[in-house]
Write a protein that binds this ligand. Structure first.
Ligand code: SF4
Length: 209
């Protein structure tokens, strides 16, 4: 099975070699704007989905080719932090190459110390946060029933306190879903207290779920 794609030019990261470590479509969210499609497995339990050794081999094979690669990016067909081998894979890849490693995550599992420890192996982490009130969170991200937006925010805060490299927070804004002035005001207050290195606003440009 092919886990590595690219390198492709990415708006945020330059030439990015994507590493997909989650089968479609396992995620802790079922966002209304998801480009991958509807989440068939809405879950929060981490597990080993694939043989991590074969994924690392595929990455190293690509890295040995002459293509320009600015960053190796874990993302893919669902939420990458659901993969319990994430920390091991990042560590191995960083040991074998000097190319920076990034992880794109929805940030929902950052309240789990094991997830934060895995992500600490990366050079940069790109979490998202689209809501700060539970009602809007449920409307836009349609999360697993156990997830509470305050815990997600606390997870981001805890990770910031522990991780001294780059964290770029992405916020997806959707008309009539999370752009209510009250929610935006609260979002600005919360986000300004999170001490992220960058805050990137986005809106839907490709066909959503
Ligand atoms: S978190 Fe990402 S993969 Fe999961 S449903 Fe939302 S957009 Fe799709």
């Amino acid at each position: 099975m092919q886990h590595v794609f690219g390198p492709v030019p990415s708006r945020r990261l330059g030439y990015s070699l994507g590493v997909d470590i989650i089968p479609p479509k396992h995620c802790s969210y079922d966002c209304v704007y998801c480009q991958i499609g509807k989440t068939t497995h809405v879950e929060t339990t981490r597990k080993s989905f694939y043989d991590p050794g074969s994924i690392i081999e595929q990455v190293m094979e690509k890295v040995s080719q002459p293509d320009m690669i600015d960053v190796i990016t874990f993302s893919g067909s669902g939420e990458p932090t659901l993969n319990s081998d994430l920390g091991f894979m990042i560590r191995e890849i960083k040991w074998k190459t000097s190319i920076p490693v990034a992880v794109i995550t929805n940030g929902s599992l950052l309240c789990d110390k094991g997830v934060r420890d895995d992500l600490k192996e990366a050079d940069m982490v790109l979490p998202s946060l689209d809501a700060v009130s539970q009602t809007v969170f449920e409307r836009i991200n349609r999360p697993h029933h156990s997830l509470d937006v305050q815990a997600v925010i606390e997870g981001l805060r805890a990770f910031r306190a522990e991780f001294d490299r780059q964290i770029w927070l992405e916020i997806m804004l959707i008309k009539n879903i999370n752009d209510d002035p009250e929610e935006l005001k609260k979002m600005a207050e919360v986000v300004s207290g999170l001490d992220m290195d960058r805050i990137q606003l986005n809106t839907v440009t490709r066909p959503p779920s």
